[in-house]
Design a protein around this ligand. Structure first.
Ligand SMILES: *Cc1c(COP(=O)(O)O)cnc(C)c1O
Length: 331
């Protein structure tokens, strides 16, 4: 796998830390490391930064003046796309998908506060039933009519080009594991729009890495999520010139940590957020990394890592923690 021929912007000064979690490991009776992608560059970091390095390079090569994207009302992806646009001198237009009616408030904190502070050119709220792709295409048309050059980034940046960011991350993890003489047996990652999980799978196969990868869904049932991630991993592998087939068996998703639904709290999520904070001083978010960590914790307690080394991919999201206060600190 050789990603060097892809144009790429650089938003993080170097690799993110790969660290042991000694106090959490002791608590769980398993060997747990963490990949600190919450420390990636752009405003407040998180996994979308890696996808945006490839997507923004393509946008700029196409002469883009305006970036259009979509996400949930507390979307880390929208915050980071906006941050990338700001640093590249582009205007950003956000289409916020109000999946649960009444959940958007212009006065909300967390990521919503940052949309406004970072100066989004447009914040448009779409109802649950909206066709987001069609609306973004219309927004692009309106901008073109005004003489601008728009570029659309789909939700989560989860297209093959964006997923290359996580094929690159697999390469980074393998290099760190080699340098530290630390073989990694299992990787646990959140899996939602799927680009992170798919890129890791494609990259790991492209590199011949021997770890297993488990995606923890925070939204879709496992079968749907596996189908989506498999397709995206295959598309990313073709784009990256990986000449190995991605087998179905390379994509595993667990659905039992979703709780009552997307962005809704579960007791296991609250426990995970508190446990990471109180053993290691690491902030998770209630929507993605907190649910993924609840999966990691349950797997560790059930002995599923079988004495091996597990790596938790921390995908970020801490700004949302400040919005969902009652979920992480219920009274
Ligand atoms: C978007 C996001 C995820 C999920 O990553 P996908 O590539 O969409 O599956 C996980 N954690 C955080 C904090 C996110 O913002």
């Amino acid at each position: 796998m050789d990603l060097s021929r892809f144009p790429r912007r650089h938003y993080t000064p170097g690799p993110t830390p790969l660290q042991p979690l000694p106090r959490l490991s002791k608590e769980l009776g398993a060997t747990i490391y963490i990949k600190r992608d919450d420390l990636l560059g752009l405003t407040a970091g998180g996994n979308k930064t890696r996808k945006l390095e490839f997507l923004m390079a393509e946008a700029l090569a196409s002469g883009a003046t305006d970036i259009i994207t979509t996400g949930a009302v507390q979307s880390n992806h929208c915050r980071l796309t906006l941050a990338a646009a700001v640093t590249e001198g582009c205007a950003a237009h956000l289409l916020l998908h109000e999946r649960v009616p009444g959940t958007y408030s212009p006065e909300a904190g967390g990521n919503n506060l940052l949309y406004r502070l970072l100066g989004a050119a447009t914040i448009e709220v779409a109802p649950a039933t909206a066709d987001l792709g069609a609306r973004m295409a219309e927004m692009a048309e309106e901008l073109r009519a005004a003489g601008r050059t728009p570029y659309i980034i789909p939700g989560g940046g989860s297209v093959a080009l964006g997923a290359l960011g996580y094929a690159a991350a697999a390469q980074e993890i393998l290099a760190q594991s080699f340098a530290a003489g630390l073989p990694i047996d299992h990787i646990v990652t959140p899996s939602v729009s799927g680009g992170t999980h798919a890129g890791l799978v494609a990259g790991s196969i492209g590199l011949g890495a021997s770890w297993t990868i488990t995606g923890i869904s925070a939204d879709e049932p496992a079968a749907d999520q596996e189908a989506k991630v498999l397709q995206l991993a295959r598309d990313a592998a073709v784009l990256a010139g990986i000449d190995r087939e991605i087998p179905e068996s390379a994509v595993t998703v667990r659905e039992e940590f979703i709780g009552p639904g997307y962005s809704l709290p579960s007791p296991a999520m609250t426990e995970a957020v508190q446990l990471f904070a109180r053993t290691e001083g690491i902030l998770l978010d209630p929507v993605y990394s907190g649910k993924a960590a609840s999966g990691l914790i349950a797997m560790a307690r059930a002995g599923e890592f079988d004495g091996g080394t597990a790596l938790f991919l921390h995908t970020g999201g801490s700004p949302a923690t400040y919005h969902y206060r009652s979920q992480v600190l219920p009274s």
